[in-house]
Design a protein. Structure first.
Length: 494
């Protein structure tokens, strides 16, 4: 398990760095070419499309978990029947949900647009047309998710990341070319649709390559269908909580504060979420790797504990290291992203959200462990409560304090950190043990934050403090890891 986790974490991280880097670099160029108001309109249209992506109903994660269990069967006939049963449910269900979601956007776009009264008439018409095209984007991306779930179950994170990176390249450079040629929100959504269909076909090819030796056929099994439906429902509701927080905030900010403030808020959140996205990638392969966790517990509990410890330390190093850099370079990053419109309020908002995002990032291991041990109900409760609290705080604080209030409202989502306590308890790892894993890095970060808050206006002193913090974090990580052993495992052919 350790070997595959290292390899897949490596593929995830490299691919993620490229994709996130492309996305971040594209934002300031788009803002410059579109203007902050048009960029805010595009952000609103894309946020609605991403919310509608929730129609996947948790089937992508269910595909990874159930296919991981299916392919462990050694008998060819059992493998064929079991895998066919799983894919009949997941792919058939996703096809239905994707089609319904696309139809809903096509015919419901006008109703959705009416929820944003602060938009001008031309902006409303533009948004309506973009959302109708977005229905095709949703359809293609939802079908991709089941195919990606199969790839992850087969531990082919290399192929998944390859095609996801190609999609990011197509989207980023395509959007810049479309904008350069004079295209705006509608044209950008059209390009999203073209790229999504192209990548869907690529994943279909990978799927056929992985399963070419298996005789797949439509095979409905009611018991399997109900099991997948239960798991998917809980997973979907958990994802709903995350999406309410991730995109619902933008809908609220757009409705209350207008497209210009939304453009600034979206830029700040897009940049700071890089922290959680990158720190999440190396530990994401825990989901398929721990799908047989009960067997692992019975065989070697100490090996499992060491694996979780390593995942925690990698996640913590990236989250705190990136967060420190973002906090220090906030003025520079904001000027790069927004240009001359940057104010001290924007920089303060960015730094506040950076700190919130750092702590939010630390729950990644707990999140994947809960899904691995089938604790989806508990994960659901945690996510829904955290999301609803955050949305409520954003709604209240946005009315009171504008942009800064919207940023502060994000702190409500930090309740997801309770997932760590629950996950470790499920694995039988005592708080005394796992708290020790976080003790040194969190102490270093708290010291840095306290000192930095009093040195905000002294950039070079702050930069020196950041360098010391990064060095200390890396020394801690090296001391806790057998680096030579890990490198040999990473490139092992076994």
């Amino acid at each position: 398990m350790k070997n595959s986790l290292l390899k897949n974490g490596f593929y995830n991280t490299v691919g993620g760095v490229v994709r996130i880097g492309l996305a971040v670099l594209t934002i300031p160029i788009l803002i410059k070419m579109l203007g902050i108001e048009e960029y805010g309109l595009w952000t609103l249209a894309y946020a609605v499309v991403q919310v509608v992506n929730l129609a996947e109903a948790g089937l992508s994660v269910a595909t990874t978990v159930f296919v991981s269990q299916d392919i462990d069967k050694e008998d060819a006939d059992n493998l064929s029947n079991s895998l066919s049963e799983t894919l009949t449910v997941t792919f058939g269900g996703m096809l239905i949900f994707a089609t319904l979601a696309a139809i809903a956007l096509l015919f419901g776009a006008e109703l959705i647009v009416s929820l944003f009264p602060k938009l001008g008439q031309v902006q409303q018409l533009t948004l309506q047309h973009a959302l109708q095209i977005g229905g095709l984007v949703v359809w293609a991306r939802l079908l991709q998710r089941v195919l990606i779930g199969v790839e992850q179950a087969y531990q082919r994170y290399d192929l998944t990341n390859l095609f996801n990176t190609i999609e990011s390249l197509l989207l980023s450079f395509g959007m810049l070319i479309v904008t350069w040629l004079g295209g705006r929100t509608i044209a950008l959504m059209q390009w999203q649709a073209v790229a999504a269909i192209a990548i869907l076909l690529s994943h279909v090819w990978v799927f056929r390559t992985l399963t070419h030796n298996i005789k797949l056929h439509v095979n409905w099994n009611q018991k399997r269908g109900l099991a997948i439906a239960r798991y998917s429902l809980m997973t979907w509701l958990t994802s709903l909580g995350g999406m309410i927080f991730a995109r619902g905030d933008r809908l609220i900010v757009g409705a209350l504060l207008g497209s210009k403030v939304l453009g600034v808020y979206a830029t700040i959140t897009d940049l700071t979420t890089v922290i959680s996205r990158l720190s999440d990638l190396p530990v994401q392969p825990l989901l398929p790797a721990l799908s047989k966790i009960r067997t692992i517990l019975d065989k070697d509990k100490s090996k499992l504990q060491q694996q979780i410890k390593q995942a925690v330390e990698i996640n913590t190093l990236i989250a705190l290291g990136l967060g420190t850099v973002f906090f220090t370079l906030a003025p520079f990053l904001m000027h790069v992203m927004l240009g001359d419109v940057v104010t001290s309020e924007y920089i303060l908002a960015f730094r506040i959200l950076t700190i919130i995002e750092i702590f939010h990032s630390l729950y990644a291991v707990g999140y994947y462990v809960l899904f691995s041990v089938n604790a989806v109900v508990e994960s659901l409760v945690i996510h829904l409560f955290s999301s609803l609290l955050s949305i409520l705080l954003i709604l209240i604080f946005s009315n009171m304090f504008g942009l800064i209030g919207a940023v502060l409202g994000n702190a409500g989502f930090l309740c997801v950190l309770s997932a760590i306590f629950l996950a470790m308890n499920k694995l039988g790892i005592s708080p005394k043990i796992w708290c020790r894993w976080y003790k040194i890095p969190l102490t270093l970060f708290c010291i840095f934050t306290i000192i930095s808050c009093s040195l905000i206006k002294h950039f070079y002193v702050l930069l020196f403090m950041e360098i010391i913090q990064i060095i200390a974090l890396n020394k801690w990580f090296v001391d806790t890891q057998n680096i030579k052993t890990n490198i040999s495992l990473l490139f092992s052919k076994k």
